[in-house]
Ligand binder design. Structure first.
Ligand code: ADP
Ligand code: SF4
Ligand code: MG
Length: 316
């Protein structure tokens, strides 16, 4: 077992009150599993991804336990988390490379990163070069500035760097969203290849693009309004989903490269509820074609078949 998350709750403090961005999320990502994380904008994907690694200043940890390979992560203690970041758990944000120092050559940045963690760049460089070769990147990217790389090359470089120390878990948040289809494919293939070679043992891929998620993910977890709706093997989510929200997402499944987020859910009016004061009961209730009395109570997220969990009274 690689990652185990139990009852995770994270809020944002705002002047208007607390935003319940992640409201009790429980799941596992097994050794060797690539899990796609999907759901409409604002459902809590980025909050979940970040809370496993680095809470930003406005995020408030409320409750829950995160274990990686049986070790409890101190996610509410950002200083203590330093010991795990990059060595055991790595994060690739959407615009990873644009956030980096434009006047540092890439090789120098990597050297600084490694040295800040007590590793010797020179002894790791041969493996770094081998991995660049493997993903079809020229070794001289190390002598270039970020601006000299295309978006696709940058994201592949970031994946190579973030997995350089063979972490247990890589979390990629929309790592391919800003890229064109062929570059998306190259980054996605890099993730799969690195998992196959065990440079990283498990991967969480946050994506707007279910078709892309389906191509690379073993399992898909669907979120709705800060909660889990469904998690199952990717082909079950795509071909025989049980949660009405997943069914609505799948019936509007677009071609590869098109973001479902930009589309309205087919046949389902309305939008997700606000997370400032989330409604009680099932959060999909006011949009759900199957809603009935019991939905005023919150449905538990339960396993209905091996590896298939759903939070819906009608699916249990
Ligand atoms: N810094 C913040 N302050 C207040 N609310 C936030 C902040 N960041 C995100 N949120 C809210 O938290 C919820 C989840 O957001 P997020 O995790 O970014 O969703 P996603 O990545 O699925 O689009 C949304 O309601 C969003 O408006
Ligand atoms: S619990 Fe009720 S409202 Fe929620 S998805 Fe299921 S049927 Fe719809
Ligand atoms: Mg996001």
């Amino acid at each position: 077992m690689s990652l185990q998350v139990d009852g995770l709750r994270v809020r944002y403090r705002t002047l208007r009150g607390d935003v319940h961005a992640l409201d009790g999320v429980t799941f596992e990502v097994a050794d060797g599993e690539i899990m796609g994380l999907v759901g409409e904008s604002g459902c809590g994907k980025t909050t979940l991804a970040k809370s496993l690694i680095r809470l930003d200043g406005r995020m408030q940890y409320v409750d829950g336990v995160v274990e990686l390979d049986g070790v409890k992560l101190p996610i509410d203690d950002q200083h203590a988390m330093n010991r795990f970041r990059f060595t055991q758990i790595s994060f690739v944000p959407q615009y990873a490379m644009s956030a980096l120092n434009p006047i540092r050559k890439i090789g120098k940045m990597i050297a600084e990163l490694l040295e800040s963690r007590g590793f010797d760049y020179k002894s790791i460089q041969p493996e770094l070069e081998r991995r660049l070769d493997l993903v079809g990147l020229p070794r001289d990217v190390l002598r270039r500035y970020p601006i000299e790389l295309s978006g696709g090359m940058k994201q592949r470089t970031v994946v190579v760097v973030s997995t350089l120390l063979d972490p247990s878990l890589l979390v990629a948040d929309e790592a391919t969203s800003a890229l064109d289809v062929s570059n998306q494919k190259a980054v996605a293939e890099t993730l799969v290849e690195f998992r196959d070679r065990r440079f990283v043992r498990s991967v969480i891929v946050v994506t707007h693009d279910i078709s892309l998620g389906y191509q690379i993910a073993d399992t898909i977890m669907v979120m709705y309004a800060g909660k889990q709706a469904e998690k199952a093997p990717a082909e079950v989510i795509v071909n025989s989903p049980r949660h009405p929200y997943t069914q609505a997402l799948m019936s509007s499944l677009p071609e590869v490269g098109v973001r479902y987020e930009d589309r309205r859910l087919a046949g389902i009016p309305g939008s997700p509820p606000p997370l400032l004061n989330p409604p009680s009961g099932c959060r999909f209730r006011d949009r759900c074609p199957l809603a009935f009395d019991q939905c005023a109570e919150e449905p538990p997220f339960v396993e209905i078949a091996t590896g298939h969990s759903v939070a819906c009274w009608k699916a249990a």
